[in-house]
Design a protein around this ligand. Structure first.
Ligand code: GLP
Length: 274
């Protein structure tokens, strides 16, 4: 795990957008794994600005989102499809037909969504870069504590904590789903590169466990410790409980000096090598 600590959430977004742009520079047909939640919105805003400035195109990109609620029409303002349209897809040049979410159409057996989604990801060539946020209880996607570390895309029932955390995004009286279809933990680990973003003090405890805790299904994000190319991108508040904070900052400085001496472009960054 590489831990990067930035001053604020805007710098986190700029760095995440840099990684995505670098990837698209040498692989315009990249397959992106995308996330919802408040955290990645700033990254999407940076990407939109760069698209508007003509610095980046998503024309040949395919995307797979981590998760989608069960029981909401895709046109519902609370669906993750609507979220993605609003915060990214509607403003960039991505082909909407190549933007996938694990959606369950009305009347469809939700258990049938996962296997199809897995096949689609494989058919697209696998995910080149997966963007992740983190739940306060350590969930990634909607893989709640106790999720099998070998899980694939499937139905998950949300914990009461996640339900309550996410209720802020629903108005009173709105139907709020208790279930979702989410990529599994093994699905996420199949991605070639992973960027985990966390900002704000309310994420500090979850980040401490993720980076410095023991791998456990009870804190699903800890499994990322096993992946070869994970970058954990934090602002100072989200990093504030890390015991080895000074060390991560020191490592960052040393790596910056290697990049300054030997080249810091995506070509020269081992993270981008296949
Ligand atoms: C939801 C999503 C997760 C996301 C989490 C945190 O539960 N399924 O993918 O990481 O919320 O969201 P936020 O960034 O709003 O804190």
């Amino acid at each position: 795990m590489e831990v990067f600590i930035f001053k604020d959430s805007q710098q986190v977004a700029e760095y995440a957008a840099d990684m995505i742009c670098n990837l698209l520079d040498f692989k315009s047909r990249a397959v992106l794994g995308l996330a919802t939640g408040t955290t990645p919105i700033a990254t999407y805003e940076v990407l939109i600005n760069r698209f508007r400035a003509g610095q980046i195109s998503f024309k040949r990109v395919t995307s797979f989102n981590l998760d989608e609620y069960i029981g909401l029409q895709s046109s519902s303002p609370h669906s993750y499809r609507s979220f993605m349209n609003k915060h990214l897809f509607d403003t960039i040049d991505i082909d909407p037909a190549r933007t996938y979410l694990p959606e369950c159409s009305p009347g469809q057996d939700p258990r049938s969504v996962g296997p199809d989604y897995e096949q689609r990801i494989v058919a697209a060539g696998g995910i080149d870069l997966q963007l992740l946020g983190i739940g306060g209880n350590g969930h990634i996607g909607f893989n709640e504590p106790g999720s099998s570390l070998g899980s694939r895309t499937r139905v998950k029932v949300l914990t009461q904590r996640t339900f309550e955390d996410n209720s802020r995004l629903f108005n009173e009286g709105d139907f709020q789903p208790h279930m979702a279809v989410t990529m599994g933990i093994a699905t996420i680990l199949d991605a070639r590169r992973i960027l985990l973003l966390a900002t704000g003090e309310h994420k500090a405890a979850a980040i401490k466990d993720t980076v410095e805790g023991a791998i456990s299904a009870m804190h699903p994000a800890t499994v990322l410790q096993q992946h070869q190319r994970v970058r954990v991108i934090l602002d100072e508040a989200a990093a504030s409980q890390l015991e080895h904070l000074d060390y991560y900052q020191w490592v960052q400085l040393q790596n910056d000096s290697i990049a300054a001496k030997h080249g810091g472009s995506a070509d020269e960054d081992p993270w981008f090598h296949n």
